[in-house]
Design a protein around this ligand. Structure first.
Ligand SMILES: N[C@@H](CCC(=O)N[C@@H](CS)C(=O)NCC(=O)O)C(=O)O
Length: 120
């Protein structure tokens, strides 16, 4: 089995992984996980990600969680163009800086706004 991505496109980190894979023409099987139906809580999905969160990746016997780790894995495995994750140490460090910052700054605020919209 090739690369499988477990995603719900309602989720921002899932969309980041999905768009990145599509833009770079990385072949993958989409394994939809419907958060609103609680599919991420199933025992079957826990085999892929014991943390029961999406996105998650399966590549043969290898499994991986966390969108940033998944994006970096895809970057390294598929040797995407340099502008995504530059070779230059300092330019690359600026990308890392953003990846670290967005979790606690951008994403947390956006998540709050999303839940206000989708929660009854
Ligand atoms: N830091 C993780 C966040 C993963 C995450 O919180 N995913 C949410 C969807 S955006 C989820 O699966 N939530 C289900 C739950 O917490 O029960 C990443 O970047 O992948």
């Amino acid at each position: 089995m090739g690369l499988e991505l477990y995603l719900d496109l309602l989720s921002q980190p899932c969309r980041a992984v999905y768009i990145f894979a599509k833009k770079n023409r990385i072949p993958f099987e989409l394994r939809p996980v419907d958060l609103l139906k609680g599919q991420h809580l199933s025992d079957a999905f826990a085999q892929v990600n014991p943390l029961k969160k999406v996105p998650a990746l399966k590549d043969g016997n290898f499994t991986l969680a966390e969108s940033v780790a998944i994006l970096l894995y895809l970057t390294r495995k598929y040797k995407v163009p340099d502008h995504w994750y530059p070779q230059d140490v300092q330019t690359c460090a600026l990308v890392d800086e953003y990846l670290a910052w967005q979790h606690t700054a951008l994403r947390r605020s956006c998540l709050r706004a999303l839940w206000h919209k989708v929660r009854p």
